[in-house]
Design a protein. Structure first.
Length: 250
């Protein structure tokens, strides 16, 4: 048995456990990780390059309210434009639909309308208005009415501007610009409605935001002071070629 034990002792040598800090364990890692402390800059590069192996695909999340505005967002520039709306009593406008079936103006009455548009200097015919007013309240003490108006200004080839808001027959109001087409696509802002002679003469001042370019020069002019006596020039009334915009809306 002793001999057998001796032989066994000779055959089976004790197994040595590796020191976790010994160099033999470096075989388990790439050689570049064997001693990263000796060269910090090299170590940084190696860890950076090897980190790509374990990189997890990234997803970006953007909060809309914190997003950087895109290049096509509405600029802050405000462009002004003045126009006259004149009812020359030749379009059958306005029509009064007394849906309330009351003898006096009352909630629910409708007033469709369409009138002619001229530049602020009254030198050119530029288009028409088209829309409807919904009577909200009769104001006997003010000798007028309050309407909610929804209508558009049509400017021939230039496009149109849509507006909505309060229309008061007895004082000035501001309406919201809700959009447009043509050169007015994406436009916002507001328009001031100045009542001159209801319902025949109104003066508008547009405060336009978000236009892609500058307003055409023929739409920007020095306006005639709004008074009850204002009239378009004879050439503009006659729609002579030099006194209209291209393909003006009629």
């Amino acid at each position: 048995m002793a001999a057998s034990s001796s032989a066994l002792g000779t055959t089976i040598s004790p197994v040595k456990l590796g020191n976790p800090r010994s160099k033999t364990n470096s075989l388990l890692l790439p050689s570049s990780f064997s001693n990263p402390i000796k060269n910090p800059s090299l170590s940084h590069k190696l860890f950076t390059s090897n980190s790509n192996v374990f990189a997890v695909p990234k997803r970006s999340f953007t909060c809309k309210s914190q997003a950087i505005p895109s290049s096509n967002s509405s600029p802050n520039k405000v462009q002004e434009m003045q126009v006259y709306e004149i009812n020359e009593r030749d379009r059958g406008s306005p029509a009064y639909l007394r849906l309330s079936q009351k003898s006096v103006n009352a909630l629910g009455d409708l007033v469709p309308f369409s009138n002619k548009l001229y530049t602020g200097d009254l030198q050119k015919r530029i288009g028409i208005t088209a829309g409807i007013c919904i009577l909200i309240e009769n104001k006997p003490e003010k000798k007028g009415d309050r309407y909610e108006a929804i209508f558009s200004f049509h400017f021939g080839d230039y496009g149109h501007i849509a507006v909505q808001g309060p229309y008061l027959t007895y004082e000035d109001t501001y309406l919201a610009i809700t959009g447009g087409s043509g050169i007015f696509e994406g436009v916002t802002g507001q328009v001031k409605l100045k009542q001159i002679v209801f319902p025949f003469k109104i003066f508008y001042t547009f405060y336009l935001k978000g236009m892609a370019g500058e307003l055409p020069k023929e739409l920007v002019c020095t306006a005639v002071e709004p008074t009850p006596a204002v009239e378009a020039t004879p050439a503009a009334k006659a729609c002579e070629p030099h006194a209209t915009i291209a393909n003006f809306t009629n």
